[in-house]
Design a protein around this ligand. Sequence first.
Ligand SMILES: [Zn+2]
Length: 229
Amino acid sequence: MTADGLQLIVMGPPGSGKGTQSVALATDIGAMHISTGDLFRYHERSATSLGDQIQDFMKKGDLVPDDITIAMLKDKIESLPDSMGYILDGFPRTLNQAISFDKMLTAGNSKLDLVICIDVPERQLENRLLRRIVCAECSLVYGSHVGGEYDEYCKNCGGKLQKRVDDSDKEVIGHRLKKYMDLSLPIIDHYQAHGILHRIDGTGPVIEVTTAIKRVLASTFKGTLSFNY
Ligand SMILES: [Zn+2]
């Protein structure tokens, strides 16, 4: 399946597998996977001017302001070859970010093609988060470790695998999920109003969810997309 220039967003609550799905999908359709978390880390490490600004906010424990996040995304998207599409993972976090991003695209005579929202019931999310470990370097998620046994290093980048502090406590998890719901509902409404939102059942195995997303892409972009899966 190739998807020239498709501009996609994959959203979903913590534990929905949106990171895993974004990476799998990007590989399958030849698009760039863009994680805002990874971009923050890249700019901090490379000490770019954006990185310096980001660090100031992170040090104070403040959120990175939307205009800096948007500038960072713009920079990344403009660096891609013309025919290359992308999948945004972890963005937008707020309705304001969604609106600012729309404006940025409109200014460049462009628009989002599709927003995929992965739905998983809260109870299942809680269980997944309690069991998962993540790479400290690239944030790749490793699911279902049982009884504390898991690999020590990331198969993707060799980074150290660890249990996130905020994945250990049911109360903290509940708070994060609630915060996600509060922030994401207006975003979902926004994309729904634009007629580009597709909801996907994220309760099944990773491969099934990937296939479901690819089916949506195939039916949405019939004629513009060639696929052989
Ligand atoms: Zn890694």
